[in-house]
Design a protein around this ligand. Sequence first.
Ligand code: AMP
Ligand code: ZN
Length: 476
Amino acid sequence: MTGVPLILYNSLSRALEPFAPLDPGNVRIYSCGPTVYHYAHVGNLRAYVFTDTLSRTIAAKGWPLTHVINITDVGHLTSDADAGDDKMEAAARASGRDIWAIARHYTQAFKQNLADLNIRTPTHMPLATDHVAEMIAWGEKIADRHCYQLEDGLYFDTTTVPDYGRLAGAADDAAQGRIDTVAGKRHPQDFAIWRSTPPGETRQMEWDSPWGRGAPGWHLECSVMAAKYLGPAFDIHTGGIDHREIHHPNEIAQNQAHCECADTGATFWLHNNFLVDRAGKMSKSSGEFLTLSRLIERGFHPLSYRLMCLQAHYRSELEFSWENLTAAQVRLKRWVHAVEGLRSRSTAGGGARSADYIAQLDAAISDDLATPRTLPVLDALLGDKKLSADDRLATLLAFDEVLGLDLAQLDRAALRVRPAGATIDEAAIKARLADRKEARIAKDFARSDAIRDELASSGVEVMDGDPLGWDWKLPG
Ligand code: AMP
Ligand code: ZN
């Protein structure tokens, strides 16, 4: 890149701030991970496309980084504010399955989602359940000065730390309205560090602690895993905008109690806005919801979804629609087609990056990761006849290290609309199309039409004169 300073919007100050690493040799980032009681919905995945864009930008700036995405396999209640049931326990009860098997299954599915979206594997993906001893030790350290015991667990007194809720900022009052009360809590914002199993009950996941048998609070998990893998002070903490009001203020409170200081843990707190869906399919607890697999079944490539995310700024709400997704897939196809064209005109020498285009791209991405502004620059680059094919290709692929669209590998076969259940043999289609080409050259149009009809009857649409050069497709 060209050395444009990176500016990021810090939720703590509600302002754009220049980013300077605490240690330029190791930028440390923590991203709240998924609660693995079900598949991630595509809204959840927007959060990780965002963190990956952030990580890729940091890496492109030349800073080595350590990135943690945790796996929440215990402790996240159906309400973020300590009310309701543990999501994992509830899922296990509802399905009659073993809770550990559920956690393993959905953790694996999440990792597959990350791979499909070309999200770089984080340095660490710790499981909350592997860190319960450390959570208990953290609780023991802060219990006397900052916590009080209720029948159902150990609670954190939020008045014992400076500035509780600073991160929630102006939204504080509204957020408090969402906090469900637990009998005996001193202040509505107080939250559980440890939740004791009610007498006479057993949970599938429970541990002994000085506060009785039970399970750690969800907020504690992130403080403990962040500090363990990144140290008490690190660079960036990310999560969805919903975490700005409760989960992250609670993490900060725990961090301050632990260090007996005003430090917040991370210097920068970044929040992605939501992917929304008018049909209400963006909530895991709502039953039917949109997963990446469903998009793939409908014939979309996962990277089309990634591009759909990049078409919006991460701090803007993004509406999910099949039209938006289709538009992204068309753009991706156009780029893959352009890459093929440039490759075919490439000379052996290899290209050089265009400093002018890289400067424009760097300026956009450095401005709080303004991905939507980078896309027209790439369109202009691809069509810029003043640059050689090799130089255009080199510039595009260099910047794709930031966008992560895998343009060096992606080919048109991968992007074909391929509805679930279609049984096609690509080699056979190609062979028939070659026969048809011969027939057309020989002006044997009856034969050419017959081949087209034969392909149509097996569900393949021949696309003569398609501007993208896509010679066939499966109707979606
Ligand atoms: P969860 O699995 O519910 O703990 O959420 C995982 C991540 O997805 C968190 O960072 C959430 O803030 C984020 N998230 C949840 N819903 C959405 C959504 N609709 N759009 C974007 N991010 C979301
Ligand atoms: Zn978290």
